[in-house]
Design a protein around this ligand. Sequence first.
Ligand code: KOT
Length: 832
Amino acid sequence: KSASSSQQSANNPVSTIPELDLSKKAFKEAVVRHLHSTLGTDENKANNHAWFKAASAAIQELVLNRLRKTQKSHYLNDTRAVHYFSAEFLMGRLLSNNMHNFGLFETAQAALQELGVDLTDVLEEEPDMALGNGGLGRLAACYIDSLATMDYPAIGYGIHYEYGLFRQEIKNGAQIERPDNWRDYGNPWEICRPESIQEISLYGYVETKYGKKGQIQKEWHPGAIVKGLPWDIPVVGYGGKTVNVLRLWESQASGYFNWDVFNAGGYVDAERENVEAETISKVLYPNDETEAGKELRLIQQYFFSACSLKDIIRRYKRAHGDDWSRFTDQVVIQLNDTHPAIAIPELMRILVDRAELDWDSAWEICQNTFAYTNHTLLPEALEKWPARMIEKVLPRHLEIIYEINHRFLSEVEKKWPGDNLMKAKLSIIEESNEKMVRMGNLSVIGAFAVNGVAEIHSRLVKQNLFPEFDALYPGKLTNVTNGITPRRWLKACNPLLSDLISKKIGNDWPLHLSKLDDLSTLADNKTFQNAFMRVKQKNKDALAKEIKQLTGISVDTKAIFDIQIKRLHEYKRQHLNLLHILALYRRLLENPDYEMHPRVFIFGAKAAPGYALAKTIIYAINKVADKINADVRVNQKIKVVFLPNYRVSLAEKMIPAADVSQQISTAGKEASGTGNMKLALNGALTIGTLDGANIEIAEEVGDDNIFIFGNTVEQVEALTARGYNPYDYYYNNKEIKAVLDWLDSDYFTPGQPGELSPLKQSMLDGGDPYLVLADFESYSEANIRLDEAYKDKTRWAKMAILNTAKMGKFTSDRSIEDYVSKIWKLEKCGIE
Ligand code: KOT
């Protein structure tokens, strides 16, 4: 760059750059320029955080350049786009990701080194964007990465939570929740767009009027208006060409007040209104797969869905005016579970009440716009809202839902005349004590496609959850198996393995993950095995340092690193893992020569703050860890580590170091899982049940390269049908009895007997709803097979390599191609 242009830029740090200069020199200059002109500091004073800000600003210049080009290209080509509606996007950190996607990581590293700064330390300054709970939110993040990478026009729509998922601290073994202040020092990526503010309505009442032709018209007189302020996060595709956006809405008071409604109740002070409006996007609900049923949550859902719809319609009208005939050619909306399902009646409201389309035309548009992804079969996670609550918050929407239902039930009557049971099952309204609106049924009826997230899950969606809908709408229910982005989950998080792979098979595997299969031919090659396992060892050494730093626990890096990382939930059965650890501990105490390779059991998990048993399980893991890690009789053989505050950036450190991946949910309960894919991709061997995507992983790697155990879905169904009694296992298996009784003692909680008893109770008098005891023996045997396999270094290396080699299917690029061909029907649109 010439001196004059850099001087010009110094005045206006985010000024336009004629063409992208991706050289080290240019990057260095940009960082220093931002250090001076954006941050008001200099090279001598800057701390790591300032370097992080400056480096991000330097990258953001490139990002914004490509964002503008992408948006121009989409506008000129008037492209059809997918609009991914999700209450959660678990983005993690973006600096390293954006550097990698621009192919600038090494350049940046070298540039900063010349400035005397270590990029690794700089990257650690970035707070995670934790605007999600777990699998569902992280999936959304992987999908927008793939969409940008593959040049598909796409927008992510969600909520700009002020506080993301809580930060977890562990005090005396127990989880404490602390607020997640992710924006405290500003976020270098987000762009505030006041020019695109939207207003949405809440509360109030509906007036019925008669139009000129005597037709009935409805007018909603809202009780409150809330502003939605959009923040755009650029989403950089790999290769740095397409940059899409994630648009997140922040709620603000509108200043507008409808006195019609409130004058009857008297004066409501303005400040309370502001606070209430701003509360909407204040905090992410931390419940993973449990339904909270809170009014504020419903308002959050409507808030972001309605703002997003208005945004889409504004953009559509700019190109097509009031002609709705092309709407469904241009717009497809993917509902990430039912959280945004209220968008369906909202679009009907806009079309019928506002655009004055007749019902049938409006419904046709609606039904051709939405597609719905189901992520769970757990009954407690299937959203149902009290009709009374919807009536209060969204009175017009309840009317529309009733009308949709009324018309739908006459379709059902045509197909199954006189079958009232069928109507009761399929109705959007559950006629229980309190009338409830079933958001799943609304979504299936309002969408043109419905998908589950792994083969077995989609089969169960058809067979168990929505069999009648499957009969009514043949072909509507389908499968798209989940995937993960290999850019973040291999290339960026595991540079040593990535370099090794690239040396062997070339460097285009991040875009064509099936190429990894070329490694299969090297699985028996001693030199490659050694290289592969040397990388694993280095990653384990690095994680051991992290463990020491975070917990003070020293672990043997020659031990098996056995990892279970995921939200804490009974169905995921962290307590099965724990019971097995207790069993090993007992075996070692009874027989100090008990044969096993040393193993470190590593956990990471957050429990929903109100989920008492999940918190007890965390407490139990920590208490057992304290005891075992301090017990010199066994602690050369087993160690237990609970790493606090599990999140995306911690996952990126743990996954490359895993020997073993624990995927041990009760068969039929884990819709897919995606951590299973990340771990296997990084060469960990799965010990798992035939559940979710584990089944497809097993198909890919072959039965010799995975440790499958436990009851299958069919066996679980049969066992439950016969009447499962956990006491049968308790009394028939001495080891099960002994470890469960251990929990009643004060062995792990000195002076506090009974602290862990609720855990035992859940598996006995509680009925053991997730069949922990039924699977224990099979799990124990699988662990013995695993231990045997590890003894044979060559065999293990081969299995690990094959796991990496066979993960091609699970790139999120493949999932996105499946969505595109089966559901979205998009065309690529790159920048010139
Ligand atoms: C949460 C609340 C209501 C409904 C569903 C959920 C949900 C489901 N949250 N996360 N999931 C997970 O989604 C992942 C992505 O599809 C799956 O891999 C995983 O099995 C689900 O548990």
